[in-house]
Design a protein around this ligand. Structure first.
Ligand SMILES: [Zn+2]
Length: 118
C-alpha cells in the first residue's frame, strides 16, 4: 500500500510506513456482517404438554416430540425444519385438544342420556 503521508510504497501487510514511520491506515476489510439474528421459532411445547395432560395423551405425545425437536433443529441452524416441526407440534396439539374435546362431549352426552333414562 502507498503511504498517505509521503507516498512511499509499502508492503501490504506493513503497519508503519518504511520511509516516514507514520502509522499506515490499514485498509480495513469490510466488517463481517452481524450474525443473522436467529429467528425465533415458537416451539409450541407448552400447548403440546397442556393438550397431552388435558386431552388426548397419544396425540399429545406426538406434539411433544415435534415440539422438542424445534430447539434442536434451531440450534443446528435448520430454521426451515424447526418451523416445520413447530407447525406439526401445533397441529398435533390441536388434534389432541380437539379429540379430547370430542371425547369429553361424548362422555357428557352419554352422561346426559343416562340421566334421561331415569
Ligand atoms: Zn510515509
Amino acid at each position: 500500500m502507498y503511504c498517505q503521508n509521503c507516498g512511499q510504497s509499502n508492503p501490504p501487510e506493513a503497519v508503519q510506513c518504511s520511509a516516514c514511520g507514520v502509522t499506515l491506515a490499514i485498509a480495513a476489510p469490510a466488517p463481517p456482517p452481524p450474525p443473522a439474528a436467529r429467528p425465533h421459532v415458537e416451539n409450541n411445547l407448552v400447548w403440546a404438554i397442556l393438550s397431552t395432560i388435558c386431552c388426548c395423551v397419544p396425540f399429545g405425545i406426538v406434539a411433544i416430540v415435534y415440539a422438542a425437536r424445534v430447539n434442536t433443529k434451531l440450534a443446528a441452524g435448520d430454521v426451515q425444519g424447526a418451523m416445520s416441526d413447530a407447525n406439526n407440534a401445533k397441529i398435533w396439539s390441536w388434534v389432541s385438544f380437539g379429540l379430547g374435546l370430542v371425547v369429553g362431549l361424548l362422555y357428557l352426552a352419554a352422561g346426559l342420556s343416562d340421566v334421561n333414562n331415569y
